[in-house]
Design a protein around this ligand. Sequence first.
Ligand SMILES: O=C(O)CCC(=O)C(=O)O
Ligand SMILES: [Fe+2]
Length: 321
Amino acid sequence: MYKMVSKTCMQLPILDISQPLQPSSLSSLAEACKELGFFHITNHGISKDLYNKIRSLSEFLFSLPDEMKIKLGPFSSIKTYTPHYIASPFFESLRVSGPDFIGSAQSSADVLFDNHNPEFSEILREYGTTMTELSKKIVKIVLMTLGDAVERKYYDSEFKNCHGYLRIINYSAPESLEEEVEGLGTHTDMSCVTIVYQDEMGGLQVRSNQGHVIDISPCEGTLVVNVGDLLQAWSNEKLRSSEHRVVLRKPVNRFSLAFFWCFEDEKVILAPDEVVGEGNSRTYKPFVCADYLRFRESDEKGKFEKVGFTVRDFAGIRLQM
Ligand SMILES: O=C(O)CCC(=O)C(=O)O
Ligand SMILES: [Fe+2]
């Protein structure tokens, strides 16, 4: 696995997602998507109040005994819960899948709560539908960074069947704080784009092209967006899916919401000629989305999105020197 060695700080572009795109924003965004694959969005429509509600209801859920939570997975039929020690000793998460966010949240809540709890599923419906709309907007804008015609020509034909799921993540507080610990190991995301609501703790880090570790510090009112493996492959690496991780530095728990926007399972991912560009070679073989997801989930090295078995290892074409 790659060792994160040196640290640098960097200001990411902040995109106002409520406004029509300005040419000046497009150029800084194009640069960010190409170099790092990370940027911030603001005026995204998720209030602090909505986040706090999800946080307090989820914290109650995560505080339940392990024998209750384990009824939600990973070895039960429902498989929405990832317990500690799969990704890291500090990490546990609950998955809520779209497009029926209400049904998905309710099916987890029904197992855990005796009495029907409509509030939990209702706020997750609100979060999920807002994220769905944001993801569509973000994909359109990211495609525009590849040229205006790319978005017009390919959004409807290639991206209209995308779907999303939310991972509610609870990082428990580390006890000893002699040095920082890894809450989530270095990985790339198996998405087209990911939208993360991180709390004020910080700790999200990304590795740049040059191998520098960059802190994605929390920035009031903004969400973090990153490009995932599916879009990296579809764009013939014109868009970058960067390795990132989460470190814990303080003896308090960290809470984040990560929303993954993905191609449909049966989609064949192949960069269009226009995106590859004349004179360039294609760097990925065509592949079926679900086959890649299975590759990541079934292979020991690919477990929980560990680096070493990513989309490049799966479908990358090694260019002859
Ligand atoms: O918790 C975070 O801030 C990021 C989580 C993440 O990278 C992931 O779930 O893929
Ligand atoms: Fe991630």
